[in-house]
Design a protein around this ligand. Structure first.
Ligand code: GDP
Ligand code: MG
Length: 300
């Protein structure tokens, strides 16, 4: 058994270890991100309010195979590029970091909604892992999910959990050691795919431009345009980018954002229907309900 002294020595060691990378817990609201965060990082948790806002970012340390990772628990988002206070702070975090792993927590009962966000997150081109949480509630509703089918279609590892009971957390820790960068991206109509390639092929300063940012440029996200102007493109390339953006939008009568969303929704529906079965849930008889009531610790 580990003594209290050993635990405190280990925590100090974790604090002092160099960070091997960052794990960002992302997901829609109320899917169990904070619950999973607390199970992963039992100690060394700090809470910050960036820019003195009410939005809280909690961070903690996680030791994986002798390497120390910083885990960040962020507020729920429905999209990376929407404009609520939470979404802006999350976006700034993602723009300010380079070396990070995305750990998306999904509510297994709301698979389709959450998979729309997965399609968007995958486009960041980062190592990513999907957690199907709330498996207890999904099973109670008769929802049976084939996680291997989701893994094959999304091209990333999928782990099932019941966060509040700690079920699946050990498997999650193991899978976090080798997260994959997905190559199974959502396909868009040809004129959008051509636009992405042309933007990505513009000469730039460093690294490569991911699909998520290329798409945001195409739908005229001024914040991303400004950010890429500072970090990625010179003035000449920004002018060329503008020409590509105008051409693609003209082809689409300026409905690009809707078309991109439509394709992600279609993909989420496809993944859900190929991985999920709904079994009839047996309705409880009056006698069964009554016997539960009679055995209830308070009312029984
Ligand atoms: N039944 C069930 N409840 C869960 C599970 N994981 C988390 N919860 C509960 O769901 C609620 C929302 O969880 P929270 O971690 O705050 O979600 P967040 O908004 O994504 O951070 C809390 O009441 C948790 O106790 C789970 O796997 N099963
Ligand atoms: Mg939370």
């Amino acid at each position: 058994m580990i003594s209290e002294k050993q635990v405190s020595k280990k925590n100090t060691e974790d604090e002092n270890m160099e960070t091997a990378g960052i794990i960002i817990l992302v997901g829609n609201p109320n899917v169990g991100k904070t619950t999973i965060f607390r199970k992963l990082c039992k100690k060394n948790v700090h809470i910050e309010n960036p820019k003195d806002s009410f939005v809280e970012l909690s961070s903690g340390k996680l030791n994986l195979n002798g390497r120390c990772y910083k885990v960040i628990d962020i507020p729920g988002i429905n999209s990376l590029f929407a404009n609520s206070e939470e979404e802006i702070i999350v976006r700034e975090l993602i723009l300010s970091e380079d070396n990070y792993i995305i750990l998306q927590v999904v509510d297994a009962k709301n698979l389709r909604r959450d998979l729309i966000l997965s399609c968007e997150l995958i486009e960041l081109g980062k190592p990513m892992l999907l957690v199907l949480n709330m498996m207890d509630e999904a099973l109670q509703k008769g929802i049976v999910i084939d996680e291997k089918a989701i893994r094959d279609m999304l091209g990333i590892e999928v782990v099932m959990t019941i966060g509040n009971e700690g079920e699946g957390i050990n498997e999650l820790r193991k899978s976090l050691i080798t997260p994959r960068v997905s190559e199974n991206q959502t396909s868009y109509p040809e004129y959008i795919e051509n636009g992405i390639i042309q933007i990505q092929n513009l000469p730039h300063k460093n690294g490569c431009l991911n699909r998520a940012f290329a798409l945001q440029l195409l739908i005229k996200n001024s914040g991303i345009f400004e950010y890429l102007g500072k970090t990625f493109f010179g003035d000449k390339e920004l002018i060329q980018a503008n020409q590509i953006i105008e051409k693609v939008n003209k082809t689409d009568n300026n409905n690009l954002e809707l078309e991109i969303m439509r394709q992600r929704v279609l993909r989420a529906i496809e993944i859900e229907s190929n991985s999920t079965r709904i079994l009839p849930v047996k309705k409880r008889t009056f006698c069964e309900k009554f016997s539960n009531y009679a055995c209830h610790p308070v009312y029984g």
